[in-house]
Design a protein. Structure first.
Length: 492
């Protein structure tokens, strides 16, 4: 089976921060993959913009190296590489000064009839200055669109300030706040599972679902991002955007239709229905941790403070929390969210845990009956798994065992799963905002997160330590087990 390739209109993509990690690791390889698939029109151009004064051939060498490092050799060839590199240009631009902006305008002049996409792969502090310069130099009109990376702000007040600056230059319908988790194939399949099948939607409520678990675990540490990470932490870096967006997709009501604002209206209702976690509940419902030296598959690894090069830090590298959505559909159903670095394995998944059967007709010798679970795996092996109870084959009486009905997308469809950035960047070109956050969504998420940050700012207790290569602090296990539940995979 082959995936369907839908062409897009001619465009010019300007990547600010083109020499940085995100551009090299994700954006340039993503555009190469789409070019390789035949999705980029002949007129498509990619312009790198950064402070560094590089010659164009030096930028092309940087792009070639990034693609060779992050795209498997089996998925590239010399002809495709040369075709893609021929699309690239480079302009040295000072985001906060005047240098380079006139040159950028000149580089874009031959493409003025095309769609312009400005991708801000920079520090959030540069979002405002870049947008202001785009407006001043006449680059923000017509079909121009701007893409901003998370996090948008550090709290509600700063998010409003950033949104205000961007909004003075670009109207809301041309602002794309990107969350790459929403571009993952499995996340979109969550909507297909719910709204294209008659099987699950009648069961998608508090009468049949016991609880929901959302995990985004990483086995790596902060690596080269320690400086940035120490100013953010796991709550801002992962929970405020990725995990809350996944929670919204699980908990939202069916939209009237699958257009951008209809979907985002329903997600906003979920964010507004989240039960606040104030000071009194913070210590009960939220666990923050920080990894210490330990071991991973590659051997011994340092602790967070060693990677940071500091004697102490109150920044959390792990968060587990219990959230509640106060609606008729979800009354009494806890949502357990968990994310962290240097955990036992790299896995991101959503577990829908159904209620147990009300009565067992089987003899005790048949074994325990485990509740059914629907598991939506985001990474590393994207797919869907439904865990059911069956009879263990063979003679000797009734013995029950839980087994998975497992669908791996790569196996089932026999095609490469595109990276989330491949889909999302081209959705910007198409003008489709369904998988992007609206301003009121971002601010509603911060409104729920801010009281947790406020409680932490007054707390004298540091993040709870956990050994690298484990599933986090023991308090995270206690968080779920005091409700009579356990983490679905390995976390307990």
């Amino acid at each position: 089976m082959t995936s369907r390739v839908i062409p897009v209109s001619p465009f010019a993509l300007v990547v600010f921060g083109a020499t940085g990690d995100l551009a090299k690791r994700k954006l340039l390889p993503a555009m190469f993959q789409r070019d390789l698939a035949g999705q980029l029109p002949e007129e498509a151009t990619v312009i790198g913009a950064a402070r560094a004064h590089l010659r164009e051939d030096e930028f092309l060498a940087l792009a070639r190296e990034a693609i060779e490092e992050h795209v498997p050799a089996s998925e590239r060839d010399a002809q495709a590489m040369e075709r893609f590199l021929a699309r690239l240009r480079y302009v040295a631009v000072n985001a906060t000064g005047e240098e380079g902006w006139q040159e950028l305008a000149q580089a874009l002049a031959p493409t003025k009839e095309r769609i312009w996409v400005f991708y801000l792969a920079t520090a959030p502090s540069l979002f405002g200055p870049i947008c202001e310069h785009l407006g001043r130099f006449g680059l923000a009109g017509g079909n121009a669109r701007v893409v901003v990376e998370k996090p948008v702000g550090r709290d509600l007040a700063s998010a409003k300030a950033v949104n205000e600056v961007i909004g003075r230059v670009f109207p809301e319908e041309r602002i794309y706040r990107i969350d790459h988790y929403l571009g993952k194939e499995t996340v979109q399949n969550l909507m297909a599972l719910r709204f294209a099948n008659g099987l699950f939607e009648p069961l998608w409520n508090a009468a049949h679902i016991d609880h929901v678990q959302i995990t985004a675990a990483e086995s790596l540490g902060v690596e080269g991002r320690a400086g940035y990470y120490d100013t953010a932490g796991a709550l801002r870096d992962m929970v405020q955007n990725h995990l809350l967006q996944l929670l919204c997709l699980v908990a939202m009501e069916p939209p009237a239709q699958l257009d951008a604002d209809a979907v985002r209206d329903e997600k906003l209702k979920v964010l507004r229905a989240l039960k606040p976690i104030a000071d009194a509940l913070s210590s009960q419902n939220v666990v923050r941790g920080q990894y210490r030296a330990g071991a991973s598959a590659g051997g011994a690894v340092p602790g967070y403070l060693e990677e940071l090069g500091a004697a102490e830090s109150m920044t959390e590298t792990f968060v587990a929390l219990k959230a509640e959505v106060e609606t008729w559909r979800w009354a009494g159903v806890p949502f357990y969210l968990r994310t962290g670095k240097r955990l036992a394995e790299r896995v991101s998944e959503i577990v829908i845990a159904f209620r147990p059967v009300p009565h067992s007709v089987f003899e005790p010798s048949a074994g325990p009956i485990k509740p059914n679970q629907l598991v939506i795996r985001l990474q590393p092996d994207e797919g869907v798994q439904l865990r059911l109870m069956i009879k263990d084959p063979g003679p000797g009486g009734m013995r029950l065992r839980q087994v998975p009905l497992d669908m791996s997308f790569s196996t089932a469809f026999g095609v490469r799963n595109p990276d989330a950035y491949e889909r999302l960047v081209l959705d910007v070109v198409r003008g489709n905002q369904t998988l992007f956050m609206r301003r009121d969504e971002v601010e509603a998420a911060w409104r729920w997160i801010d009281p947790i940050l406020e409680a932490w700012s007054h707390a004298e207790e540091p993040p709870k330590p956990y050994t690298a290569g484990t599933w986090g602090p023991s308090a995270a296990i206690a968080l779920i087990e005091r409700d009579g539940r356990t983490w679905a995979d390995g976390g307990s």
